[in-house]
Design a protein around this ligand. Structure first.
Ligand code: LMR
Length: 456
């Protein structure tokens, strides 16, 4: 309603004369104050986002940890937090093959900065699909897979979540391993899907609670969505064996569950790209309809470039090709409304390597280099902890695989390591093995020995 002149509200204060326009900063300030004095006090205090509807959220735990590490001025500090590869000097490693691809791209007369197609760069997505599904995958030869380039693995999980939230008519609860990557729960929650947990990590053995996992997946309502890490589980570093994957496939087939594979570490776990994708390939071979989220952050060291891919595979059958065409058309609409089209740089780098057999072979070598250094750090940490007589057993450090180890350290122990020894790791005791090197490993092993010995 328009304010009436007979309203009892006091008339607005007369506008003060405008400040003389000079170039000085004090007169600019005066002008701003002038404008502010025109805003009625009632308006100034109005927000559509009061604290009860928009409460202060906590800082992201992982990125908060990275910030605290950067602010620490101690020479002793060690970053075992975020899952990003470091070399033996604790420095980020730009893969030599990535440098080569970068030069090729930079010098290319074809280079421009036009929009990518909505589904991404075809040369990239087709090779990404072959890499993870297998070049001879029946999903590809029978034309029942579709791929979308995404904002790294995170964007792929989001796209998959969004697609399921909109179209999945089975049980709309996503079962996550206990525990899982910290972002999973909020990605699904943000698109309105419920989440539940299946047992995964056994604190007793520091390994897989396979019986608990199977029982929970068996007990989940038919057609539940089951999120699985096909290799190098984050945060535990514990993977099922191939025989265990086979058992899981039987249960999931009987219960008609929908497998949602999130693969952030292909080639990074064992150093062998095919081996790290074998669970996904097995499920496809069994005829599952499923989806796969693929990140190139870790295996190409392209963390900030956000190169990733989303793949949907439908089951075999006469209608499969038509089904996947329909699915692809809806994914394109979701992609267009979310990001319009994906960013180019990281995908161009990966695509250059994936499409050139010589560069591809060099990439495999780079991967073996990274996974090999991590394996040697696992061995070194375990043997040092054992040699120091650290209470407990430490075989899980070498039994676990991939970027992370779930040490079994308690939250107070983690806090002491940070406060007293400048060693940073997530509260749940996860360490990024890539943060260890030949220079800091003694400091880390000695510190763990001390806190474990004193706070058992
Ligand atoms: C991690 O778990 O440290 C990485 O996957 C980084 C991230 O985005 O969480």
């Amino acid at each position: 309603m328009a304010p009436s002149s007979s309203s009892s509200a006091p008339p607005p204060a007369p506008a003060p004369a405008p400040a003389p326009a000079t170039a000085s900063s004090s007169s600019s300030l005066a002008r701003i104050n002038n404008i502010a004095s025109h805003i009625s006090p009632a308006m100034a205090s109005v927000t559509s986002f009061p604290v009860d509807t928009v409460p202060q959220a906590p800082e992201d735990a992982l990125f908060g940890l990275a910030r605290a590490y950067r602010a620490d001025t101690s020479d002793l500090k060690v970053d075992l937090g975020i899952g990003a590869y470091r070399d033996d000097n604790a420095k980020p490693w730009v893969l030599p093959v990535v440098k080569k691809a970068d030069e090729i791209l930079r010098d290319s007369p074809e280079l421009n900065h036009e929009y990518a197609p909505i589904a991404g760069i075809p040369d990239f997505t087709s090779k990404a699909a072959q890499l993870i599904l297998g070049a001879d995958s029946p999903a590809l030869t029978e034309k029942r897979a579709t791929s979308m380039q995404t904002i790294s693995g995170n964007g792929a999980v989001h796209l998959g979540a969004l697609f399921l939230a909109k179209f999945y008519k089975g049980c709309r609860t996503v079962y996550l391993s206990n525990t899982t990557w910290a972002n999973h729960k909020q990605i699904f929650g943000n698109v309105g899907l419920e989440t539940a947990q299946y047992p995964y990590f056994s604190k007793q053995s520091n390994g897989l609670d396979f019986e608990g996992m199977k029982a929970a997946i068996q007990a989940a309502p038919e057609r539940s969505i089951i999120l699985l890490h096909p290799c190098a589980h984050n945060p535990t570093g514990v993977d099922p064996t191939m025989d265990q994957w086979k058992e899981l496939a039987v249960i999931m087939g009987q219960k008609k569950h929908f497998p949602f594979f999130d693969c952030a570490y292909q080639g990074f776990a064992s150093g062998d790209l095919a081996r790290d994708a074998s669970a996904i390939r097995y499920f496809i071979g069994q005829g599952f309809e499923l989806l796969v989220c693929q990140s190139f952050a870790k295996n190409f060291g392209l963390y900030g470039e956000r190169a990733g891919c989303f793949h949907m595979v439908t089951g075999p059958g006469a209608e499969a090709s038509a089904t996947i065409t329909r699915i692809a058309s809806q994914l394109a609409i979701l992609q267009r409304s979310e990001i319009s089209n994906p960013p180019l740089y990281g995908a161009r780098i990966a695509s250059t390597v994936l499409n050139d057999p010589k560069l591809f072979a060099e990439w495999e070598e780079n991967l073996r280099n990274m996974s090999g250094r991590i394996i040697s750090m696992r061995k070194a940490l375990r043997s040092k902890l054992e040699a120091l007589g650290t209470p407990g057993t430490w075989n899980h450090i070498t039994d676990q695989i991939g970027m992370f180890s779930f040490t079994g350290l308690s939250e107070p122990q983690v806090q002491r390591l940070r406060d007293e020894y400048h060693i940073y790791m997530t509260k749940n005791g996860r360490i990024s093995m890539a943060g260890l090197n030949t220079k800091n490993i003694d400091h880390v092993a000695n510190a763990i020995r001390k806190v474990v010995g004193e706070t058992q």
